[in-house]
Design a protein around this ligand. Structure first.
Ligand code: CO
Length: 138
């Protein structure tokens, strides 16, 4: 089969203080924030730092009972998920389901930056939360 994962879209890191994390990446690595967004449906605020054609996605909860809020409470700051860029989110999600894998989204849904996304349960993927990311049509 053709490889479905085209690129690392982003590595997502859960942080308690988004501005402090951004300031650290800027001061330490000369990093550049290219996008900020609050995704109310997920209860997160994000800052995207460009690294070549991929991003580091710094995530912080906008409310304590959001998934990222619960993650921070249980696990503390750190790696939250890996986003893989795919041409067709629905097809990649179907491939996971076809292998018997547990998914968190039954169908692709809107993500940040106008993307379509779907999450795969860590239980299906060796302990790593995976986000399948289909870029917005140009
Ligand atoms: Co993500």
């Amino acid at each position: 089969m053709e490889p479905l994962l085209e690129e690392i879209d982003h590595v997502a890191i859960a942080v308690r203080d988004l501005d402090a994390a951004v300031a650290w990446y800027e001061a330490t690595f000369g990093a550049r924030v290219v996008h900020r967004e609050v995704v109310e449906s997920d209860g997160v605020a994000e800052a995207l730092i460009a690294v070549a054609d991929s991003y580091v996605q710094l995530l912080t909860p906008t409310r304590a009972d959001s998934p990222v809020g619960r993650f921070l409470e249980a696990r503390g700051e750190g790696l939250h998920h890996v986003g893989y860029r795919v041409a067709d989110c629905a097809a990649a999600l179907a491939a996971v389901v076809a292998q018997g894998g547990q998914v968190l989204d039954e169908a692709p849904r809107p993500g940040s930056r106008g993307t379509l996304v779907a999450f795969v349960h860590p239980r299906a993927a060796f302990g790593t939360l995976i986000e399948l990311v289909q870029e917005a049509a140009p």
